[in-house]
Structures are given as C-alpha cells and as structure tokens.
Design a protein around this ligand. Structure first.
Ligand code: NAP
Length: 496
C-alpha cells in the first residue's frame, strides 16, 4: 500500500515528506500542497511546499555529493542503479496505486509504467558502462601542417548537478529517464516532480534511497512549479536542466543560464492516411494512438489527415471502435478515464465548443461528467478551428479531409510543433518520401507515434523540444567531452 510498509518513513500524518541529504523531511514552511484525485475531485494526498532555503540547501548538498560520486567506479554506479531498478519493480503495486489516484492512469498501464521504468534504469546502467568506458584517441598529423607530435585523448565527464522536471502524464518513467542517465554519468540529481504525480515520484525516489545511494546525491523537492519553478531553473547551482512538459519549457529555456538544456515539449502528431492504406490497421492505430490514457500523451495522434476518397470508410471504422471503448474510473482499468484536472477538462471543452460553433461534424455526442470526458471524433475539421492546431491533451480527435498528400504534409509542417507523425500506406517508397518531407523528430510508418522503446532516440523539432532523448542520447547530453593532449618532443609514427 502507498505510504505503508517500507514506505512508511516517507509519510508524516497525512502529508508526504520531501527528500534531502538521504533523509525524509517536513518543510519548514509548515505548508503543504494538495493533490486532487482526478476521479473523485477530492484531496487525495498532500506534499510539502518546500522553501527557497530548502532548495538552496539541496543544491549545496548535490554539489558536494557529486564530487565524491564522480570518483565512484563506473561499475559501482551501475550496480547501485541495478539495485534501485529491482527494488522499484518489487514495489510496483503501491507505486501504481499512486498513479491511479493522482493522475487517473488506468490500472494496468500504471503497473506497466513502473515496470518499464525499472527496465529503463537497468538498460541505462548497462549502456553507461559501455559508452562511458570508451573515449577517442586522435593524432595530430591528420590535420594539414602538423607532424605526429600530439596525442589527443578524449573522455566524457559529468556536468555536475542535473535538475530534472518531469510532467504529470508519465511522472515515474519520465523522471527515471533523467535520473538514470544523470547518475550513471557521474552527476548528482535534484528532482522537482509534477504536482499531480508527486507522490508516485516520492515512492520511486525511496526505492533509490533503499538501494543505498550516497547522501545528498539525489534530492526531491516538492511544491507548485509556478511557485518554486523559476527559483529552481534559474538557480546558479544547476549545471543542466532536463525538462519534459508543455509550453513551460519554452519559458524555462529563455530564462535558464548558459547550461545544457534537454527539452521534450508538446506535440500535434499528425496521422497521414493514403488511399492504399489498410484501413483496419489505421483504425486500430487511431484508437490506440489517439485515445490511450484519454489522449494525454505527448505522442498521441492529435490530428488525422485522410485522403477524401477513403475518409468515409475510415471514419466509420474508427466510430465503430470508439463505441467499444470502456469509459470510467482508472481502478476498473477503463480505456477512457478522467483527465488530470478540472482546468484541463475546461480547456478541452473550449476546443470542442469552438469546433461546434465553426461547423465540425460530431461523430458522437459530446458528454462530460466532472473531469471525465467521453471520447469524441470530430470529422470535417477545417484549418480555421482551434482543434486543427492546438494540443487538447484529452480524448478528442479531429479529422481533416485532404485531397492530396502535399496538403497533408503542408498541414503537418505548418504546425509550430514537430514531435512525431505517422503515415499509413502500403507503398514504402511513398512512405519514405513523406517521412522525409515531414518536419518532425520521428515518423512512424504504418503505426501510431510512440516514445518507446526507451532506448530509441526521441526528439522534437520546433516548439516540441531541444536536443534528443533516448538512453544513449541522454547519457551523452549529461556529459561533456574532456581532452588531454600529450605533446611529444619529436614526431613519433607507429610502424606497421
Ligand atoms: P507542464 O504544465 O508544462 O508541467 C511540466 C512540469 O513543469 C511539471 O513538473 C510542473 O510542475 C513544472 N512546472 C510548472 N511551472 C514551472 C516553472 N515555472 N518552472 C519550472 N517548472 C515548472 O506540463 P504537464 O501538464 O505536466 O504535461 C503535459 C505536457 O507535457 C503536454 O504539452 C505534453 O505534450 C508534454 N509532454 C511532452 C513529452 C515529450 O517527451 N515531448 C512527454 C510527455 C508530455 P507542477 O505540476 O507543480 O506545475
């Protein structure tokens, strides 16, 4: 159970503590932040509202712990990460329980998120041992005018203190995708979890605590992003920020200092459907890609661009599948569960009403109870409707009918987002041309967009991000290249 058994020390009365210097603590603010259960709309948990002084303190601790950690052998760092991964998986049930209560993630998906996170940590440990154990050796005479008098050795060194800020929709998975690479590379880590998802993150952090990481190396400060966010992201003690979320990331990147940034932001993933596509495959992928976790995924299909000649047939197939979706509480493992907050539900409703006013065809009746919004397919959407461009982060999917492939590509590229996209056709040559023309970080051919498997490179163009994630890329991003040059008194050439 959450907050019980091995997790009892993270809870004090009805409020969860924050993690600093290897201990669970109450904030000196005496204040807490309430986490509202999206299903019941009642306060489910409370977390500490940490102060700026507490943030200063974890930054100091992180700085000094990192110096010792960087001198810890790579195999030992990996060993501790493997241990944390095993503990996390062992305690998947209470952590999944938190995900269900905090973010209304369906029960099975909640367990999957924890297990996937354990696997991600283990893979990161293995990958780190390999790639951080390698460097480069260069000789000077390959550059014009030089003799072989210099040997250059390159290696990867840690950046220092990494600040990790994940979003609500995958709070555990997107936290460990930052924590794992940071730690294996010899950095220390300060985590600011999302408010919805904070308690899941605190349980996950406790698994690292139980694994025995050194004091101060990992900290977790809680509080509303709007209150402590700027103080954290502009803190002089931070050497790298890895952020996943919405437009907040754009403002962080404008305010942050001269430090490496990894930004994984929003998306408006387009699904381009050609005349020769297997429409049953497309419909199945639209359901999975558009409606899983009620559309609250960065890589959800957020607009369908279908050739007019097959649009009627596709819409009918998708409608039939929408009718079969189970709608209700996450505890019952329903397909469509309440969206994360009331303000999110209101925002989604605003997009629906705008589409209604401008004449979109409603394939189902719009229905909402509290934060629970019934799945809705909107046909005949036109570019003057907000839903054609904005990210609803809810179970609402617009269909735009197109008369040429170029029209579909044009719509995709006119978006300010460029995360992923997908194209359905049996013609691989056409698929490749379309993939190359789409201005997105990834294009999936004949499948819905997806972030995983977690070792694949994952990146967004334009407002969808800076840099690239995926285990190897994140490790690289959280290191810097260091070179040592050996200068010889006279040229030395190795003989065959
Ligand atoms: P969000 O509102 O941008 O919040 C993301 C994180 O930023 C949360 O931890 C939030 O904390 C924190 N935050 C808020 N204000 C801050 C500030 N001023 N400084 C620093 N941190 C601050 O996004 P969300 O609603 O959680 O997640 C949904 C968005 O994430 C969608 O746009 C989705 O597309 C995107 N997303 C992208 C990816 C990707 O990999 N590209 C993956 C998943 C989600 P609080 O919760 O305390 O406010």
């Amino acid at each position: 159970m959450a907050g019980a058994g091995v997790f009892s020390e993270i809870l004090d009365g009805d409020a969860y503590k924050y993690y600093s210097n290897g201990e669970w603590k109450k904030s000196s603010s005496g204040k807490t932040v309430a986490i509202v259960n999206p299903t019941t709309r009642k306060t489910q948990y409370k977390v500490q509202a940490c102060t700026q002084e507490e943030v200063n303190n974890v930054m100091e601790l992180a700085k000094s712990a990192q110096k010792t950690w960087a001198k810890t052998p790579l195999w030992k760092r990996a060993e501790l990460l493997h241990k944390a991964a095993a503990i996390l998986k062992e305690h998947k049930a209470p952590i999944a329980e938190c995900l269900i209560k905090e973010i209304a993630k369906p029960a099975k998906d909640s367990v999957t998120e924890v297990v996937r996170s354990g696997d991600l940590i283990s893979y990161t440990a293995e990958e780190g041992v390999r790639i951080l154990g390698e460097g480069k050796f260069l000789v000077s005479d390959s550059f014009p005018g030089n003799e072989r008098t210099k040997y250059c050795l390159t290696s990867k060194i840690p950046l220092g203190v990494v600040l990790a800020i994940p979003p609500f929709n995958y709070p555990v998975n997107l936290a460990v995708s930052k924590i794992g690479p940071a730690l294996i590379a010899g950095n220390s880590l300060v985590l600011k979890p999302p408010t919805q998802g904070a308690v899941s993150c605190l349980h996950m952090v406790h698994c690292f605590h139980l694994a025995g990481f050194p004091k101060g190396l990992i900290s977790c400060v809680t509080g509303k992003g709007s209150e402590i966010g700027d103080f954290l992201t502009m803190h002089p003690g931070v050497n790298c920020i890895s952020f996943t979320g919405g437009d907040t990331g754009i403002s962080i990147s404008k305010k942050a200092g001269m430090i490496p940034l990894q930004m994984e932001l929003g998306g408006k993933d387009a699904c381009i459907v050609l005349e020769d596509a297997d429409l049953d495959l497309v419909a199945a992928n639209i359901i999975k890609g558009g409606f899983s976790y009620s559309g609250q995924r960065c890589t959800a299909i957020k607009v369908v661009l279908v050739m007019e000649s097959v649009a009627d047939a596709l819409v009918e197939k998708v409608k039939a599948r929408v009718a079969k979706l189970r709608i209700g509480p996450p505890e019952d493992d329903c397909d469509i569960t309440p969206v994360v907050t009331e303000s999110s539900a209101n925002f989604i409703e605003g997009l629906v009403m705008d589409a209604k006013d401008k004449g979109a065809t409603f394939c189902q009746q719009y229905k909402r109870e509290g934060n629970l919004i019934w799945p809705l397919l909107l046909d005949n959407v036109r570019p003057d409707m907000r839903i054609a461009w904005e990210e609803p982060f809810g179970p609402i999917l617009p269909v735009i009918r197109i008369n040429s492939v170029d029209e579909g590509i044009h719509h995709c590229n006119a978006s300010n987002f460029g995360l992923q996209g997908c194209v359905f056709t049996k013609d691989i040559n056409k698929a490749m041309l379309i993939s190359d023309a789409m201005e997105t970080g990834t294009v999936q051919i004949n499948s819905a967009p997806a972030r995983g498997p977690d070792h694949f490179p994952f990146q967004g163009l334009k407002d969808s991000g800076i840099g690239s994630q995926g285990i190897t890329n994140s490790i690289d991003m959280m290191t810097k290249v260091k070179t040592t040059v050996i200068n010889l008194p006279s040229p030395s050439y190795s003989m065959g």
